[in-house]
Write a protein that binds this ligand. Structure first.
Ligand code: ATR
Length: 276
């Protein structure tokens, strides 16, 4: 690790933050590019969040990632917002520049980058997004911007309806998700179902068209029951860890001046951490 008195500082703000893979990920890129800088975990409680951001900027940080539970609060402290943040209603990347706090949301672009890395064209056909939380909104907005028709399907229908009304998408009843599957080229799970300790997501994948891609944003475990079922059914699984890697690229480029690459070696390093 290169670290001088002039090192650039960035980090990830969360509460808790100990589970975050981002320090490992950005640390690998800093090493690869021999950059005089550091990326550290910042455990900041919700009550301290708003005051801590201008302070980080003043003490020399170049920016930070923001994770649970601060993504909406981060929106409020920014002095300038990228379209991606406005569309997502949340901020996951902060850039401190010329006294400004600039917020963006890279979840959508990370999701699209991961699809393309799996040779899945995001605009190949309509997408069915399961869930209606922050990730569903960011991914839905990115797909709509890529020209893809989006349908939200959520256990609580009203949350899906609300999302769809602000993003110009459709909705489907949770009970209809199996029967409608043949109409979609892309299925995306943004719910917590399938995560370690949660029940699996039940989907009748035998009703899908053979070319359908199935993406999960859950990455613990790396292969969720949904992705395993997709592989068994001959569909194209797109695992969630790739999204984490791709969403980190724009922040690193803005803070450290180098656009890092996402490759198999990086995947193995971060995946190895998850297994270990
Ligand atoms: P985010 O982290 O993206 O903001 P969230 O607000 O934590 O998401 O929501 C998690 C998603 O998983 C929600 O869409 C939730 O559905 P509800 O809106 O009905 O709560 C969904 N979810 C969680 N447990 C579920 C279950 N057992 N069955 C179906 N959906 C579930």
């Amino acid at each position: 690790m290169l670290l001088s008195g002039k090192a650039r500082l960035a980090g990830v703000i969360g509460w808790p933050v100990a589970h975050s893979r981002s320090p490992r990920l950005h640390g690998t890129w800093l090493d690869r590019h021999q950059i005089d800088g550091a990326y550290v975990p910042l455990a900041i409680a919700p009550a301290d969040f708003a005051a801590s951001i201008p302070m980080l900027s003043r003490i020399g940080f170049v920016g930070a990632n923001v994770t649970i539970p601060h993504k909406e609060a981060a929106f409020a402290v920014c002095t300038s917002l990228a379209d991606s943040a406005r569309r997502a209603g949340a901020v996951n990347t902060l850039l401190f520049q010329n006294g400004e706090i600039i917020g963006s949301n890279t979840d959508g672009i990370g999701f699209l980058g991961n699809l393309r890395a799996h040779h899945v064209d995001p605009s190949a056909g309509p997408a069915l997004i399961l869930g209606a939380g922050g990730a569903a909104r960011a991914i839905g907005a990115a797909l709509l911007d890529a020209g893809t028709a989006v349908t939200f399907c959520n256990r609580t229908r009203e949350r899906a309806d609300h999302l769809a009304s602000t993003l110009t998408a459709r909705t489907l009843d949770w009970s209809q998700r199996h029967a409608a599957l043949a109409d979609f080229a892309l299925l995306i799970n943004t719910t917590s179902l399938g995560m370690t300790g949660q029940p699996p997501l039940e989907m009748a994948l035998d009703r899908a068209s053979p070319a359908m891609a199935v993406a999960d944003i859950v990455y613990t475990p790396l292969q969720t029951p949904l992705l395993a079922a997709a592989a068994r059914a001959g569909l194209r699984p797109v695992e969630g860890l790739g999204m984490l890697l791709h969403q980190a690229v724009p922040g690193f480029a803005a803070w450290f001046g180098v656009t890092p690459s996402v490759d198999e070696a990086l995947y193995r390093i971060v995946a190895g951490d998850l297994l270990g």
